[in-house]
Structures are given as C-alpha cells and as structure tokens.
Design a protein around this ligand. Structure first.
Ligand SMILES: *[C@@H]1O[C@H](CO)[C@@H](O)[C@H](O)[C@H]1NC(C)=O
Ligand SMILES: *[C@@H]1O[C@H](CO)[C@@H](O)[C@H](O)[C@H]1NC(C)=O
Ligand SMILES: *[C@@H]1O[C@H](CO)[C@@H](O)[C@H](O)[C@H]1NC(C)=O
Length: 391
C-alpha cells in the first residue's frame, strides 16, 4: 500500500485491514466467477473456436495433426477441420467422439485412413472427405457409421471401391465419388445402399465394358425407384467416348453374357477380372501405360496391332448379335416353309380326292347313259353332295 493512503495515528489501523479483506473477498469471488465461467471456454482446443451450438471450428489453421481432442467440449456435434494440412490419422484418433454428427476433413492431404477410424461415431450423419489424397480404402474403414446419411469422397485418387466398404451404410442418402480415378464399379458393393437417393459419379474415367454392365443395371434400378445419378460418361471404348452409359443400349453388353458362358458361369464378371474381353482394356489404352489391375495383358498376343485393334473389337462386339439375328431368320424361314409345305400337301390331297371322285362319277355316268335320260340330274346332285362332304 502506498504510504500516503495510511491515515495518521493508531485509529486508522482497522481501516487498511477492512480494505484488504474487501479486496481479498472481491478477488476470491472473481476467481470463483472465473472458475465457473472459464471451464467451458477453456475446454476448447487451442487454435479452434468452440461455439455454444456445439460446433468446433478448426478450419484453415494450417494444422498438420489433430488438435488435442480431450479438450473438445463434451457433446460436440460438429467438428470442422477443412483447409488444413492433415496427412494421416491414428486408428483411434476419433475414439470417444460418439456425440459428433458432422465431421469435415475436406481439403487436407489425407492419404490412407486406418480401418475402424470412425468405429465409435455412431451418431455421425455427415462425413466429408472431399479433396484429399485417398487412393485405397480399407474395406473396414466405415465400420460403425450406421447413421451416416451424407458421404463425400469426391476429388481423391480412388481407383476402386472395395466390396464390403459400404455394407453398414444403410442410412446413406447422398454419396459422391466424383473426380476420382474409377473406371468400373461392382454392383455388389452398392447393393447395401437401400436408401440412397443421390449419387455423384462424374469426372471419372469410366470404361463402358463388361465390368460396368452389372453396375449399369443397378443404376437403372436406382433411377427407377426415384434416385438420381449425375453423369457416367464413358472414356473407353473409343466409339463410346463422351456418351453416358445410361444412353448405351443394353444390347451392346450382350457379348458379356457369352464371355461369361465361355468362362464357365458368371464368376468371371463378378470378380471383375476374367470377364474382360481380350481387346477392351489394352487395345484402347490411350496413354500407353498398362493399368495396374491388368496383369493378363502382357501375356496375351492381342497387343500387336494398336491402330486396327479397336475396329476389330467393335466388330467382335457386334458379331453375337448378328449371329443371333441370323439364327432367328433361319427359324422363321423354316416355319414359313413348313406352313407352305403343309398347305401344298393339303392341296395335293384335295386334288387327288377330287380327281378320284370325278373319275368314279364319270364311270357311273357312262354305265347309266345307255339305260336312262331323266335320272341324270338326281345322280349328279348326289355325286356333288358326296364330293362336298368328302371335301
Ligand atoms: C475414451 O474414454 C475412456 C473413458 O471414458 C478413456 O479411458 C479412454 O482413454 C478414452 N480414449 C481416448 C482415445 O481418449
Ligand atoms: C446420439 O444422438 C441421439 C439422438 O440425437 C442422442 O440422444 C444421443 O445422446 C447421442 N449420443 C451421444 C453419445 O451423444
Ligand atoms: C484442394 O485442397 C488443396 C489443399 O488444401 C487446396 O489448395 C485446393 O485449392 C483444393 N482444391 C479444391 C478444388 O477445393
């Protein structure tokens, strides 16, 4: 205390103690107030903003790793991490975040995410992985996301969607796979998505060959029950480039059935490898690089004529259809010939019967001629009745 505030004389002693008491109690109550007010505010990861509506906003902070998640306010609903520099996440990174409903990881550098990463997020309805570097998905990655409705995997480097990846996503309504490196999808991977309403598939290098046939059927079923698909433009084969696979008539894929038969049942197209027509992938490869999935290509002798292979393939594609048409023509011609033959036989039989009856009539006429003159008309009538009854 500054000396000049001290009152002169002994009488002044109680005053400073009262003042200090007051100051102390004010300070203590202030501390108490802090203790009451601060915890919710301090329970927010540094460099993030936590709002009262349970949104944790860590967007665009240049984060290279997740902020300390035990500082997340309990009961947080949204966790926004877009526009950071996250490149990997530990397998239990999101453990204990079961209250989250929205997780936004878009515009980061995430490559491979560990299996079961979202295991505990049973309340998550929106997951955004747009614009990362994902190339492979573990089939158990989306384990536990039974409530998810909106899943964005667009603008990554995905070249395939593994079977089983989306088995638990029965609530999914909106899915984007746009802007990846997908050239085929398996129908069985999408069948669990019973509630899907909207599917984005644009900007992928789709190869409209046998590998996409079953998926095309599934997509038609999705459209039939009111779903929407943005665009599935073929990049291969060349003669279908730029066309949407939905506008390609299903007859174009009839040759696939034949290939399946030759491969001994439908297993070939299921696995997506054996069902490949010999010319579909290699001959059409525009860049000259061999696709990773294609190891049968190098042994096959079909790699020789690069320029003329496509026309050969197209011809091979149409052949089964024309063969079937030819068979149909032969069958119809046979049926027509048969009918004509039967009619001819009938006509011939009729002619024979008529001729024999006429001969008989003539004979009887000759027999009767010398005997009578007026019974002739009766006899003629009788004979004519006979003829018509035979006919
Ligand atoms: C999750 O919570 C449990 C108990 O509530 C705790 O033992 C565990 O360490 C937590 N895990 C993480 C990753 O925070
Ligand atoms: C999940 O959501 C339900 C309904 O909104 C809610 O009652 C429940 O508490 C949530 N679970 C967690 C762990 O927050
Ligand atoms: C994708 O993310 C990168 C890195 O965050 C960013 O620089 C880029 O602009 C993003 N692209 C799009 C199309 O959002």
């Amino acid at each position: 205390m500054p000396p000049h505030t001290l009152p002169p004389g002994g009488r002044g002693l109680p005053l400073p103690t009262a003042a200090t008491h007051l100051a102390r109690s004010v300070f203590l109550s202030f501390l108490c107030l802090l203790a009451v007010l601060l915890p919710p505010a301090s329970s927010c990861p540094p460099s993030c903003l936590c709002s009262s509506d349970m949104v944790v906003d860590c967007r665009g902070r240049g984060l290279t790793s997740l902020p300390p998640l035990h500082l997340l306010p309990p009961g947080s609903r949204s966790f926004l991490l877009t526009n950071n520099r996250l490149s990997s996440l530990g397998a239990s990174a999101f453990a204990n975040l079961s209250s989250l409903e929205e997780l936004d990881l878009s515009n980061n550098y995430l490559d491979n995410l560990p299996a079961g990463l979202f295991r505990d997020m049973s309340n998550l309805t929106t997951l955004n992985l747009h614009n990362n570097s994902l190339t492979v998905m573990d089939r158990d990655l989306f384990q536990g996301l039974g409530a998810i409705q909106r899943l964005d995997m667009s603008l990554n480097g995905l070249s395939s969607i593994p079977l089983g990846l989306m088995d638990e996503l029965q609530s999914l309504r909106w899915l984007s796979l746009a802007g990846n490196r997908l050239n085929a999808l398996e129908r069985a991977a999408f069948e669990p998505l019973a509630n899907l309403q909207y599917l984005e598939l644009g900007n992928n290098p789709w190869e409209c060959d046998c590998n996409l046939r079953d998926f095309k059927h599934w997509m038609e079923w999705l459209l039939y029950r009111g779903g929407k698909v943005d665009a599935v433009e073929c990049t291969l084969p060349k003669d279908l480039r730029g066309r949407d696979i939905r506008s390609v008539p299903v007859e174009m894929f009839n040759y696939c059935l034949q290939l399946e038969d030759e491969n001994g049942g439908g297993e070939g197209s299921r696995s997506g490898q054996k069902g490949i027509p010999p010319c579909s992938r290699n001959a059409f490869n525009p860049s000259g690089t061999t696709p990773v999935t294609d190891n049968t290509a190098d042994d096959s002798p079909s790699n020789t004529g690069g320029a003329e292979a496509p026309s050969e393939c197209v011809r091979a594609r149409y052949r089964p259809v024309s063969v079937r048409r030819a068979i149909g023509t032969v069958v119809i011609a046979g049926v027509v010939c048969g009918i004509v033959c039967i009619m001819m036989v009938a006509a011939a039989a009729y002619g024979c019967i008529y001729a024999s009856l006429m001969a008989k009539y003539q004979r009887e006429l000759k027999k009767r001629q010398p005997l009578m003159g007026d019974g002739e008309a009766d006899g003629e009538d009788r004979e004519e009745k006979q003829i018509s009854s035979v006919a």
